[in-house]
Design a protein around this ligand. Sequence first.
Ligand code: FE2
Ligand code: FE2
Length: 261
Amino acid sequence: MADITVRKIRLSFEEPFDFEVPDDRLGAMLPPLALSMTMPYLEPYLIRSMREALKQIDDPVLAEDARHFSQQEGHHYRNHARLNDQIRAHFDDAGADALRAIEADLEADYQRFTRTKSLRFNLAYAEGFEAMTCALALAAAEQGAFDEGVLPGGDIWAWHMAEEIEHRTVAFQVYDRLVGSYPYRVTVGTWAQWHYVSYIRRFARCMAERLGRRPARPSGNAHRTFLRRYLRTWSPWYDPAKIDVPPGVQGLLDRFSALAG
Ligand SMILES: [Fe+2]
Ligand SMILES: [Fe+2]
């Protein structure tokens, strides 16, 4: 059984964002904000897929992990929805409407996937997303990105990404148990990542345009560490249970356990 704690966290987001920063800093700020914008649609989709999967999981231990996974994702997207209200509030009405239009497209896609795609597809999508996010979370932890003031939005990233690392085995194991095909994981997983990242780009581009800015593309150590970890997820021997978790992640989880009471 994965060691997953469901923390009932409710964060508040009152700190205004400072977008009057150099282009390279803005280039580092917009992708996490764009990622946040996707969460109230992506994570409920993962939960719906997991709910369908649960009907076929006969291993009670894996079923319990799947329920904990969904509960964690539920707390994540509710907090992101509040952060997203604050993000939209930084833009004028036309800017907020432009963001809402992208949100509506994303929600329509995910509702359609739930309605029309096979469980096999939806689980491969879930694992493609989880593998990429876990690589991102591990790279960010290694590079100190969860230190105060690094990412916009405060504690939500340290908490959310530490829990992504904590539940990293669940989507993989559910996929492995109910589907199991490696080529299908690679094919649909790559498509899922392309689909998801195309929305990150749309949100980030929309925000940059509305700010009248041209942010610089992120580069450097964090990017290289992510690519190294991400490429490993395509190995036929990839198993998130075997990943060494960087020191410091458990400390974050303990801190948020205390915060959740
Ligand atoms: Fe999450
Ligand atoms: Fe997750």
